[in-house]
Design a protein around this ligand. Structure first.
Ligand SMILES: NC(=O)c1ccc[n+]([C@@H]2O[C@H](COP(=O)([O-])OP(=O)(O)OC[C@H]3O[C@@H](n4cnc5c(N)ncnc54)[C@H](OP(=O)(O)O)[C@@H]3O)[C@@H](O)[C@H]2O)c1
Length: 298
């Protein structure tokens, strides 16, 4: 099984490279090797490697910056996705295209189903929605995998930012009126490999860890678990305060509620999602082990 991954340096792509089984020959390409905005580049990369499956993990993910940089956001998230779908069609490869909870407007009171109507609130969400439409129009058999609140030991993300801020500050206000589900890259990679194994899988799937919480809940769990593991400076105490979205204005509007229902993923792969707090504990453990290894190597 030959699998090509775009966006090599990203947090999801890194996890896919780490977790691919020995049955998979995986090639990951970074922006310099395959700029997904360039249709010729993409077709050449896909034709050269001749993959069975392409995973599009490349994206413009700077949600706030996208509001003033729409051209690039659409070039990468919409046109880039279309370029990859065209190359997959031309070479008869399957496509797993990764998308986001930000395609929803957040007005639901119960988890979003893959079939629910999308209505993005900002440029990032709209560019990702455009990418979904372009992929689906060209390749109805493609898999669109929506996820949310992605974090990992690798790359920059909310967990890493919170750990840094908790080491620097005594007081942190964190938004408590946006509800979603933190999702680790190992969970996402597991879902992607399971979808590859199911050759009948196609269409839209949702993948997040289980449960739900606010950004405040996520920060509080990071603090509690990091303290227990000794990941924060000794005797460091931080007050974490719940605040509202209006108290922390940002350029892009976010959905107030974006919990995703992943029962279709479970039905088609058998995967059981685990509670996000338990998964967070594992990621923090890994971070601790990596820090210890770096210290040992230095
Ligand atoms: N992060 C989240 O919280 C979140 C939530 C929901 C959904 N998602 C989706 O999950 C997927 C993976 O996200 P992630 O968190 O792993 O993203 P990430 O860490 O920001 O990585 C994205 C990667 O895409 C690369 N890239 C950007 N433009 C490119 C281009 N024109 N050609 C080739 N590569 C390009 C970036 O390369 P450079 O380093 O060169 O810029 C970066 O390595 C994305 O589809 C994202 O929309 C993410």
């Amino acid at each position: 099984m030959r699998v090509l991954v775009t966006g090599k340096q990203g947090q999801l792509a890194k996890q896919l490279q780490l977790d691919a089984s020995s049955a998979i020959t995986l090639q990951a390409l970074d922006r310099a090797q395959c700029d997904i905005r360039d249709a010729t580049d993409v077709l050449a990369a896909v034709t050269d490697f001749s993959p069975d499956v392409v995973i599009n993990a490349a994206a413009y993910t700077a949600v706030d910056q996208a509001e003033s940089d729409a051209e690039q956001a659409y070039a990468i998230n919409a046109l880039g996705a279309e370029n990859i779908a065209r190359a997959c069609l031309a070479t008869n490869a399957r496509l797993i295209h990764v998308s986001t909870d930000f395609v929803f407007n957040g007005q639901h009171a119960q988890p979003y189903q893959p079939s629910d109507a999308i209505d993005p609130l900002g440029v990032y969400g709209d560019s990702k929605a455009d990418g979904e439409h372009r992929v689906q129009a060209l390749m109805p058999a493609a898999i669109i995998l929506r996820t949310a609140w992605v974090y990992s030991c690798h790359g920059s993300n909310f967990m890493k930012t919170m750990l840094r801020l908790m080491a620097e500050r005594d007081d942190l206000g964190v938004v408590a009126d946006q509800i979603g589900t933190p999702t680790s890259t190992p969970t996402l990679a597991r879902a992607i490999f399971a979808l590859i194994d199911n050759t009948q899988a196609q269409g839209i799937y949702h993948c997040t860890d289980a449960g739900q919480g606010s950004w405040y809940d996520f920060a509080a769990a990071i603090y509690q678990q990091a303290q227990a593991l000794g990941l924060l400076p000794a005797n460091k105490s931080v007050t974490i305060r719940p605040i509202t979205t209006t108290e922390y204005p940002l350029p892009a509007q976010r959905p107030a509620y974006s919990v995703l229902d992943h029962s279709r993923l479970h039905a088609d792969t058998g995967l059981m999602m685990r509670d996000w707090r338990a998964v967070l504990a594992e990621e923090l453990d890994k971070l601790l082990a990596e820090m210890a290894q770096t210290l040992k190597d230095s």
